[in-house]
Design a binder for this molecule. Structure first.
Ligand SMILES: Nc1ncnc2c1ncn2[C@@H]1O[C@H](COP(=O)(O)OP(=O)(O)OP(=O)(O)O)[C@@H](O)[C@H]1O
Length: 613
């Protein structure tokens, strides 16, 4: 990775033709503090943003109150202004509205409530649907593929995000530059790791997630980066390092907005602006030094900004404190000067607009190809996963073969019953192996798809298709065990619309048992079945029994115990019409496969609407 140290990200963008305009150009990736940002290249103004949701007054089991609704104010007239080169920390107790504010700015608020207010970038008002294309958003959880290295992870992201005509060399240079910028060079070839095997550290994973976001703007460095709780779950030293790193990113001509739960006191100095939220309102937004003066001038401690809901008296008292502080802030010079800066920036809309994320990213097929290569590479290193897929059908096949070899031809020794039993077991049990695969291996990919699709890298159903294509070679081994593949596909379809994979487990099990019992004809006579199930009867019986001749020793005292002595008679008597429908029934069985793939695509399209955006 020696080449890593020869690039800075800005240089690469400028040299590669994917250039943007930078005022602060650093050398070799080290930050250049830029304290005198008089005319910043970018400004973000958030003006009077409010968010309300309509909620049922009571729970659903109390119908009278459930029918009534009330409007709840989650964000109330939030305004702040921040220039490039600055990092702003949004603080507040749990439930104060930090996440909602970040989601609102990032354009991922969902449509369950009503969002009003204005967001300006460089003085130009953004439409709500433009937020998502304008800002980069780093979530709290690092959804990364465990078996890929850091460099591979970032390379695949670059391939998914960058312009279709960017070359491999350009992508490589950008990835190398981003790794330099986030000090990831020393772990470039280390695997990300997971719960069951070690990989890079928690802080390094955070940095990989941030690096992924930096790579997602192909035309220019992302100018506004939002990070949700980037320090949660990290030890204090690593948390400090992450915040320092974010401050360095901001100094390189960006705006960095971070929500943070409980920052250590030394971290306050690193932020250029501190915003404190309580009950959906900004009770303070200013420089850290101003914060100390402000709180001492209004006679309150900083930690009195949260409302204590432990009892009604404490709630009333602390709410009144909070109200006093908010009023004091809104009457302060700090607030007025902030409003002044918003006004100035709106009047001076002469700066260039931040370019939106490129709409020229690779086409659908190329993205599918990249996703497939990424999934295959990750899977091929998962020894347990590969072993599980290869061995389960082999073992299952051997198990069935063991019984098949012992099948008797004597009618009186259960020749017919045993054969039907074997078919029933093959049909009934193999979908479970498919289900187990999907439940064990797919949810991690689904979480990644949820995040990356929100970033606009691809659509969720494309990850679903890539997953199906990558299991095809394994499925070819089990081609005669269509029920196994049907089991896996059915599980994937349900995983699209049901989040909890335990519920999916039970659902598939139930559908499988019910399907076999009601619709297969193994446990019920075809003739007694409703017509809708009759056409579902398939060719296994014909495959097993056609052309078979049985022996039979008549049982004493049981005349007619040997009335049927051939497989063809069994088919005619027990499953009338099955012979003439043989091809049609098999086609029907295989038709389940494309039908389930189409259902899966629909299911993952529905997921787009279900998963809160
Ligand atoms: N769509 C919604 N419908 C109903 N209530 C909501 C919705 N979104 C947010 N809330 C409520 O708004 C309040 C603020 O939530 P938010 O997640 O923004 O707080 P937070 O400051 O990020 O909390 P934490 O630090 O615990 O994550 C919470 O009480 C939450 O339950």
């Amino acid at each position: 990775m020696s080449q890593l140290h020869s690039y800075s990200l800005q240089d690469v963008f400028q040299n590669s033709g994917l250039n943007g305009s930078f005022k602060v150009v650093s050398e070799t990736g080290t930050s250049q503090p830029n304290p005198d940002y008089v005319d910043s290249s970018c400004s973000l103004s958030v003006k009077n943003v409010s968010y309300t949701v309509s909620e049922h007054v009571g729970p659903w089991w109390d119908l009278s109150s459930f029918r009534k609704k009330w409007t709840r104010q989650i964000l109330n007239q939030v305004s702040f202004h921040v220039d490039s080169g600055q990092i702003i920390g949004i603080l507040g107790n749990s439930g104060s509205g930090k996440t909602t504010l970040l989601d609102a700015i990032a354009g991922r608020i969902g449509n369950s409530g009503k969002l009003v207010g204005e967001v300006f970038v460089n003085g130009r008002k953004l439409k709500t649907e433009q937020f998502q294309d304008c800002f980069s958003y780093v979530l709290q959880s690092d959804n990364l593929l465990s078996y890929l290295t850091v460099e591979e992870t970032l390379t695949y992201t670059a391939q998914l995000a960058l312009r279709k005509h960017s070359s491999e060399a350009q992508e490589g240079e950008l990835v190398a530059a981003v790794m330099v910028e986030l000090s990831l060079g020393h772990v470039a070839h280390s695997v990300i790791g997971g719960h069951i095997f070690p990989g890079i550290s928690g802080g390094e994973r955070r940095r990989v997630s941030i690096a992924s976001q930096l790579l997602q703007d192909p035309t220019e460095l992302p100018s506004v980066i939002l990070l949700y709780e980037p320090t949660t779950g990290l030890d204090s030293m690593t948390a400090n390092q992450i915040v320092v790193l974010l401050a360095e990113l901001a100094r390189r001509d960006r705006i960095v907005i971070v929500t943070i739960h409980q920052p250590r006191s030394e971290l306050f100095r690193i932020f250029d602006r501190i915003a404190i939220m309580s009950r959906g309102e900004l009770v303070f937004c200013g420089e850290p030094e101003q914060m100390v003066d402000f709180f001492s001038s209004c006679g309150y401690e900083f930690d009195l900004t949260s409302v204590d809901t432990r009892c009604s008296e404490r709630e009333a008292a602390t709410y009144s404190h909070m109200h006093d502080i908010t009023s004091a802030y809104q009457n302060s010079e700090i607030y007025k000067s902030m409003l002044g800066r918003i006004g100035q920036s709106c009047q001076r809309a002469d700066k260039p607009m931040i370019p939106f994320k490129s709409k020229e990213s690779p086409n659908c097929m190329s993205k599918l190809n990249i996703l497939l290569r990424r999934t295959v590479r990750n899977m091929s290193r998962n020894r347990m996963g590969v072993l599980m897929r290869l061995s389960q059908n082999l073992i299952y096949g051997l198990f069935i073969a063991f019984f098949v070899m012992k099948l008797d031809k004597d009618m009186t020794k259960g020749a017919v019953q045993d054969r039907i039993g074997i078919i029933y077991q093959s049909m009934g049990a193999s979908p479970y192996t498919g289900m187990l695969n999907a439940v064990a291996l797919f949810p991690a990919l689904r979480a990644i798809a949820d995040q990356e699709s929100k970033d606009g890298l691809y659509q969720k159903w494309q990850m679903f298709l890539a997953y199906i294509i990558h299991i095809l070679p394994f499925s070819i081994i089990t081609v005669v065990m269509v029920p196994h593949i049907i089991g896996e596909l059915l599980t994937l379809v349900l995983l699209g619309v049901v989040q909890d994979h335990n519920m999916v487990n039970s659902g598939v099990a139930l559908l499988n048992v019910a399907g076999i019992m009601v619709g297969s004809g193994f446990l019920r006579s075809f003739k007694q079945m409703p017509v809708v199930f009759q056409w579902l009867k398939y060719g296994w019986i014909v495959t097993e029994f056609y052309g078979l001749n049985f022996t039979c020793t008549p049982l004493a005292g049981l005349p007619g115990s040997c009335l049927m002595d051939s497989g063809n008679m069994i088919i005619d008597q027990g499953y009338p019409g099955a012979l003439s429908r043989y091809t049609q029934d098999f086609l029907l069985l295989y038709a389940f496969l494309p039908a389930l793939v189409i259902l899966g695509i629909i299911s993952f399209k529905i997921r787009d609407h279900l998963v809160r955006r």
